[in-house]
Design a binder for this molecule. Structure first.
Ligand SMILES: [Ca+2]
Ligand SMILES: [Ca+2]
Ligand SMILES: [Ca+2]
Length: 469
C-alpha cells in the first residue's frame, strides 16, 4: 500500500534471515486429529482454551536475559512460537498494561501515565469480557501502579501493593490486605499455583484466564537469596552502548548523564531476578501438566515493555528506541502454534486481547485497535508517549524492525520541544539507531517521502479499531 512497505520487507529479509512464513495463530491444519463427537468435554476444551499471560516488568530483549531462563526458553521458545518483533506501543508500565488488558492504543484507552486510577476504564478489559463469557479470572502480582482498590473483574486475585520492592510486600489477596513475608516472585508463583488448583477443582470444564505478573526484572532488581551473587553472563557492549557521538539526537537524550558502571551492575542484578521468574514459569507448567491442562492452555510470555541499558548512554524506559519498544514475546498453544516456530510479524501488547477474544470465541463489547496474531502482517506500528511528564517529551512515531520515524509533540511540562520540533529518522542501514539522519542535509539519508510519512503518523496518532496500524 505504501512505498515504505517495500522497505520493511527488504529490511526484514536482510536483518532477520531465516524466518517461518507469517503463520496464523489459528493454524487449523495442526489440529488434524480425529474430531471428538460434538458437545463432548474435549471439544469444549479445545474450543475455549485456558489463557495464561506471564508478564514481566521492564524486560528488554537481550540474549543474556534469555540465557538465564532455560526453562522458559524450553517451554515457550521450543514449545511455542517466538515473535522476534514483539513490541509495547508505549514503553511504560500503566499505559502498556492497560493496552494489554484492553487491546487499545494509549490514545484511545486514555491511561497516559503511571497514575492510573482516574483514567482506567475497567469496562474495556479481557478480564471483564472473558468473565462475562463464562471464564474464571485471576491475577497474581502487579496490576496497575497506584491502584489501591481490589482489581475489578477477577474471581481471585493476589495483587501487589505499594512501592517496587522484592521482599515482604503487602498484597491484596481476595480483598484482604496482608503482608506477605518472602520473595515477591515466589509469593506470586504460589498464589498462581493455588488459583489453578482451585479453579480445576471447582469446575474442570470451565476455562480460566490468569495473568501472572512478577515485579522482575524491574528496579531495584533485588535477587532472591538463592541467586544472590550467582554468576550471570558477562556484560557485552553492543554498537548502541558504544555510541559516543550523540549529536544526532534530541537535546533531552544527550543530557541524561547516566553512569555506565551502575547500569552494568543493575543489568547483572536484573538477570538474577529473572532466574526466579524462570523457576516460577517451570512451576506453573509443571502444575498445568499435573492438572492435565497444559495442552488446553494458550500461554503468552512477554514483558510489559523494554528498558534501555546504556544504549545511547540511556537507562530506563519511556524513550522511543528499540530497547524500550521491543520486549520478549512468546506464545505457546499446542495444536495451534507449531513448537519451535519463529515469526517476524510485528506484534504488540495491543494484539493480546484481540488474540484472546478470537481464541475464546468472544466478541468484545468495545472497539479494539490491535489484531489477532496471525492476521496479515502489519507494515509498521504506532509508538506513542503522551504523559505530561517532566522527564520525557511526548512523541508519536512509526516503528518497524528496520526503520523508525519519530515526531515529538507539545508537552506543557517540556516546553523546549515546542520550539525545536525535533524529529528522528533511523533508516534500514542503522539497526542500532546510531545516526538520526533527519535533517542532516545528506542526499539520500532522509526518509524518501517525508510528506507521506507525516501523513501516516498523523493518521495513526488518532486511529481507532481497524483503521489502526
Ligand atoms: Ca514496566
Ligand atoms: Ca480445566
Ligand atoms: Ca550517533
Amino acid at each position: 500500500m505504501y512505498r515504505y512497505g517495500t522497505v520493511v520487507v527488504l529490511g526484514l529479509a536482510v536483518l532477520v534471515g531465516v524466518v517461518v512464513a507469517a503463520g496464523g495463530l489459528f493454524e487449523r491444519r495442526l489440529q488434524e486429529e480425529p474430531a471428538a463427537p460434538a458437545g463432548t468435554a474435549s471439544v469444549q476444551a479445545a474450543a475455549r482454551p485456558n489463557v495464561l499471560i506471564i508478564l514481566t516488568d521492564d524486560h528488554p530483549v537481550r540474549k543474556d536475559f534469555y540465557s538465564v531462563m532455560p526453562e522458559t526458553m524450553r517451554i515457550f521458545r521450543e514449545g511455542g512460537r517466538h515473535y522476534t518483533n514483539g513490541v509495547a506501543t508505549t514503553p511504560i508500565c500503566c499505559p502498556a498494561r492497560t493496552s494489554l488488558f484492553s487491546g487499545q492504543y494509549v490514545h484511545n484507552h486514555g491511561v497516559i501515565g503511571n497514575v492510573a486510577p482516574g483514567r482506567f476504564k475497567p469496562t474495556r478489559t479481557m478480564q471483564r469480557e472473558l468473565r462475562a463469557a463464562g471464564y474464571y479470572t485471576a491475577i497474581s502480582g502487579k496490576f496497575l501502579n497506584a491502584w489501591n482498590a481490589s482489581p475489578p473483574d477477577f474471581d481471585k486475585w493476589a495483587m501487589m501493593l505499594g512501592q517496587a520492592r522484592y521482599s515482604n510486600v503487602d498484597f491484596d489477596v481476595n480483598g484482604t490486605v496482608i503482608n506477605q513475608p518472602g520473595y515477591t516472585t515466589t509469593v506470586i508463583r504460589d498464589h498462581a499455583l493455588r488459583f489453578l488448583d482451585e479453579f480445576e477443582v471447582a469446575d474442570d470444564a470451565k476455562p480460566w484466564f490468569m495473568q501472572v505478573s512478577p515485579l522482575a526484572p524491574h528496579g531495584p532488581a533485588t535477587p532472591e537469596k538463592q541467586f544472590t551473587g550467582v554468576p550471570v553472563p558477562v556484560w557485552r557492549d553492543n554498537p548502541a552502548t558504544s555510541e559516543t557521538d550523540l549529536s544526532d539526537k534530541p537535546a533531552y537524550v544527550r543530557e541524561q548523564g547516566v553512569a555506565k558502571r551502575a547500569t552494568q551492575v543493575f543489568r547483572s542484578q536484573q538477570a538474577r531476578t529473572l532466574k526466579s521468574v524462570d523457576v516460577m514459569v517451570a512451576a506453573l507448567f509443571e502444575k498445568l501438566t499435573a492438572l492435565g491442562e497444559a495442552e488446553d492452555t494458550l500461554a503468552i510470555f512477554m514483558g510489559d515493555h523494554g528498558h534501555m541499558l546504556w544504549e545511547h548512554q540511556l537507562r530506563g524506559k519511556k524513550y522511543p528506541y528499540n530497547q524500550t519498544i521491543r520486549t520478549p514475546f512468546f506464545v505457546r498453544w499446542p495444536g495451534h502454534m507449531a513448537p519451535g516456530s519463529v515469526s517476524s510479524d510485528i506484534v504488540a501488547n495491543i494484539d493480546v486481547a484481540p488474540t484472546v477474544y478470537e481464541a475464546a470465541g468472544v466478541t468484545p463489547s468495545y472497539v479494539v485497535d490491535g489484531k489477532p496474531l496471525g492476521s496479515p502482517p502489519r507494515q509498521h506500528i504506532l509508538v506513542e508517549y503522551l504523559a505530561n511528564d517532566q522527564t520525557q517529551p511526548n512523541y508519536q512515531g512509526l516503528w518497524t524492525p528496520s526503520w523508525e520515524y519519530l515526531r515529538y509533540r507539545n508537552n506543557t511540562r517540556f516546553p523546549r520541544i515546542e520550539t525545536t520540533d525535533p524529529r528522528e529518522y533511523y533508516g534500514p542501514n542503522d539497526p542500532w539507531q546510531l545516526n538520526n539522519v533527519y535533517g542532516d542535509g545528506v542526499a539520500g539519508n532522509e526518509p524518501a517521502n517525508q510528506a507521506e510519512l507525516d501523513a501516516m503518523v498523523q493518521r495513526a496518532s488518532t486511529c481507532t479499531g481497524a483503521d489502526c496500524p
